[in-house]
Design a binder for this molecule. Structure first.
Ligand code: IMP
Length: 175
């Protein structure tokens, strides 16, 4: 993938994921946690994060589609796959690849909060803070990034590049 510029190398990602995992281990010492991954982009981040924490953890996954990410955004998010398990009374960490406008996590946070978890935290590997339209922030953030389109480490463009080990910038001519 020679046209792709590396934004964060696999070593930088591993280092930061270890730091986030240490924070989660501290915050949830002696407790149980459910990691809820937002498919598909968060799957690799969740896999690494969950293996690096030292707490009793389970996984679940949820999938949404958002319409009109472009100029004609309707801001609508639709549930495609719900959780398998109840989160009532549980500690939930919602795991997302990128916090961009914030529409997806705002929708999911509301959906899960309504199910009365014991606690609900957000972990986002990347935060494009300048793109935010919703008043939402992650409790655990990997890296703040400028408004580039990025791929790799789970993140895609038209389903490609998810398996790159580094996080790369996709140049506009490759769209
Ligand atoms: P939000 O609802 O605008 O916060 O969008 C979050 C979702 O948009 C992420 O989970 C990604 O699926 C997608 N997304 C936003 N920016 C990028 C990017 O640079 N690369 C790949 N996917 C992105």
């Amino acid at each position: 993938m020679s046209d792709l510029k590396v934004l964060f190398s696999r070593d930088q990602i591993a280092q930061r994921v270890a730091e986030l995992a240490a924070a989660i281990t501290r915050d949830f010492a002696g407790e149980q946690v459910i990691f809820v991954g937002v498919l598909k982009g968060a799957s690799i981040f969740l896999s690494d994060l969950a293996r690096a924490v030292q707490v009793d953890a389970t996984f679940d996954f949820i999938s949404v589609s958002s319409y009109g990410k472009g100029a004609v955004s309707s801001g609508e998010v639709q549930l495609i796959k719900d959780l398998d398990e109840s989160v009532e009374g549980k500690n939930v960490i919602l795991v997302e690849d990128i916090l961009d406008t914030g529409l997806t996590l705002t929708y999911l946070k509301k959906l899960i909060a309504a199910r009365q978890p014991r606690s609900l935290k957000l972990a986002a590997l990347l935060d494009k803070i300048s793109r935010r339209t919703e008043p939402i922030h992650a409790d655990y953030t990997g890296f703040e990034i400028p408004d580039h389109f990025v791929v790799g480490y789970g993140m895609d463009h038209a389903e490609r590049y998810r398996n790159l080990a580094d996080i790369c910038i996709l140049p506009p001519e490759m769209f």
